[in-house]
Ligand binder design. Structure first.
Ligand SMILES: O=C(O)CCC(=O)C(=O)O
Length: 258
């Protein structure tokens, strides 16, 4: 695996003050290839996969479009570090864990592990939201890693963030399931589009406002998204989602074996 990657002081300041920073080449080319291969391997067994693991794109679910194969119809794969040995090993990635240690100290737990697939042509938008509106972790010392597994730009649905929006707590959200989003979303013109090459990462605070537009291209836009927080964090009950449980203790007290 790629060696531990240290943030520069400027990146640490960016995370603390603006709620995000970008890290070039967090995953190596081989790691990105490994992620892509494993996604294909999992989806070759579809629909024989654990319930709740796969979310298809709404247009596919409604029968409006028929992808060439199930992999090209998936929107998200959930709980990957719990369900799959390869993605469990990624949870201990020295780059991600090292950065979480720099930001929040030695005792760190993985709280969420997802793959975000945004398929070509019909991969829909993800509405503006704050991840901690779903998790409700206290304290809110949460760091998300959104690692591009294809080159991403505005047209194929890259991440957009609103700098500084992590500083005022969780704002009101409404809607259901994947459309649970900010009741007062910002203008996209005020956002920063995080265009990343494959292997590079957006490192973002759990309360920053963010969204992704639809994929309007014939290019894929796969991403790994893992969230870490101090092991002592606990989920409060005021989210419409089940309380967020830690998935794996990855460093410090109680750390599990990679
Ligand atoms: O579409 C994406 O890649 C972002 C999705 C996202 O922000 C989320 O599911 O929390």
């Amino acid at each position: 695996m790629t060696k531990r990657k240290k943030l520069t002081q400027q990146q640490v300041d960016g995370f603390r003050e603006q709620g995000y920073c970008l890290v070039d080449g967090l995953f190596s080319r081989d790691e990105v290839e490994g992620v892509r291969r494993e996604i294909t391997r999992i989806m070759q067994t579809y629909p024989d996969v654990p319930e709740g693991l796969v979310q298809m794109e709404p247009a596919v679910k409604r029968g409006e479009v028929k992808p060439e194969n199930p992999e090209l119809g998936v929107r998200k794969l959930f709980q990957m570090a719990v369900q799959n040995a390869f993605f469990r090993s990624i949870a201990f990635h020295p780059g991600m864990v090292g950065i979480a240690n720099t930001l929040f100290g030695p005792d760190i737990t993985l709280f969420q592990s997802m793959l975000l697939m945004k398929p070509p042509h019909f991969g829909g938008q993800k509405v503006w939201h704050q991840d901690n509106a779903y998790f409700r972790l206290v304290p809110n010392d949460i760091v998300g890693f959104w690692v591009a597994c294809d080159d991403t730009d505005v047209d194929n649905g890259c991440m957009h963030v609103l700098p500084g929006s992590h500083r005022n707590g969780v704002a009101e959200h409404g809607g259901v399931a994947d459309d649970y989003g900010l009741l007062h979303p910002p203008c996209v013109e005020d956002a920063i589009a995080c265009q990343l090459s494959a292997g590079s990462a957006l490192v973002f605070h759990g309360e920053i406002y963010h969204f992704t537009p639809s994929n309007q291209t014939d290019r894929r836009r796969r991403a790994v998204q893992y969230h870490y927080a101090p092991t002592l964090c606990r989920s409060k009950a005021d989210s419409p989602f089940p309380p967020k449980q830690g998935e794996i203790v990855v460093s410090g007290a109680g750390a599990e074996m990679p």
